[in-house]
Design a protein. Structure first.
Length: 355
């Protein structure tokens, strides 16, 4: 749309200049009694063009730009016909060339799409024939000559605008395809392929944002480092395919208790991390961790067929922000707290000390 607006504005200014310069022919062909009428018509057309130019700086232009530019080209042609009606027959040849210029302006300079530009040109051709052949009785031979040139100009202009629009559309689709490909590559680089969860790199970025946001707004967040217990025996006994199914089901279970503002990430292997924003108190963080543990106490359908016990988890919690907090340090502190649970009885929770 920015490029369309730029082209439309340049086209409107160029059209206004050409339309105004065309007034130099008035000195040669317009009779003194018709000068005021001709300049009145020209002024009205120029006012329409400048009005559309002003509208191009508003939001309405984005939605109705094709109709507005099309109306400008249509009234430019009608204004030309109105001026030609005040001229003697021998002067029409010199003003008729302006209709061809308007045709090329619609197809090439104005920013009109092929369909709208063709529609305006066809309407001007019909109006011209109605006025000068039907009402003024212009000789058929002269009308045939005029129609030949205007139809030829329409064909050339329409072909040029169609090819230009086609190339622009193909270029746009190609750029959109490349943007989608870049987006997919970025998503793959920042997300775990197995579970689709954010990976460590994306998690660090979100923790850094949470640290800055919490510091500015006097909020407290929590980082929960989760390591699954009893997962290695499942992987060794039933194979990696079953282990992958377990990881997918566990991540889905964790998502059930997540809030919209929280982030669940997979750090690798059987390690997960939860960024919980606006927790405020340690008690709330521990209550949230117990909800996560409760999800694992429900038998997992992915290993239920093997009559295996459900997995459990050890969770370490780090409350932040604190002085000189960083994403790496938050994860490290939560990891140390998790290992404290591992060294004890597992399937529990520990909170990292803030000293």
């Amino acid at each position: 749309m920015p490029s369309v607006k730029g082209q439309a504005r340049m086209g409107l200014l160029l059209g206004a200049v050409m339309y105004g310069l065309y007034g130099f022919l008035d000195v040669l062909f317009v009779t003194p009694e018709a000068v005021i009428k001709v300049w009145y018509v020209r002024t009205m057309v120029l006012m329409i063009g400048f009005a559309v130019f002003a509208i191009s700086f508003t939001k309405k232009f984005t939605r109705y730009h094709q109709q507005l530019i099309g109306i400008t080209g249509l009234f430019a042609g009608i204004g030309l016909f109105a001026k030609m009606s005040y001229l003697p027959p021998n002067a029409i040849n010199f003003y008729y060339a302006g209709l061809i210029i308007i045709t090329f302006w619609c197809h090439t300079f104005s920013g009109l799409r092929f369909v709208y530009a063709t529609g305006v040109s066809v309407l001007l051709l019909l109006i011209f024939n109605m006025l000068f052949w039907g009402l003024r009785g212009m000789p058929s031979l002269d009308m045939t000559s005029y129609d030949f040139f205007i139809i030829s100009a329409n064909i050339i202009g329409a072909f040029a605008s169609y090819m230009n629009e086609k190339q622009s559309r193909l270029l746009f689709l190609r750029e959109k395809e490349l943007d989608n490909e870049r987006y997919l590559q970025q998503e793959r680089a920042l997300h775990d392929r197995l579970t689709g969860l954010p990976n460590r790199e994306l998690l660090h970025d979100r923790i850094e944002q949470a640290i800055h946001y919490a510091s500015r707004n006097s909020q407290v967040c929590a980082g929960l480092f989760i390591d699954l217990d009893k997962f290695k025996p499942i992987n060794d006994t039933y194979g990696h395919a079953v282990g992958d199914m377990v990881l997918k089901e566990v991540s889905a279970r964790f998502k059930n208790v997540m809030r919209e503002a929280d982030t669940l990430a997979r750090l690798g292997g059987d390690e997960f991390f939860v960024l919980a924003k606006d927790i405020q108190t340690q008690e709330e963080a521990e209550a949230f961790a117990h909800k996560l543990l409760q999800q694992l106490r429900i038998p997992l359908t992915s290993i239920n067929a093997f009559n295996s016990n459900s997995v459990s988890a050890s969770i370490g919690i780090c409350m932040f922000p604190y002085p000189h907090a960083t994403a790496i340090d938050v994860v490290r502190r939560a990891d140390q707290a998790m290992y404290h649970v591992k060294r004890m009885n597992k399937d529990g929770i520990a909170v990292a000390a803030m000293d």
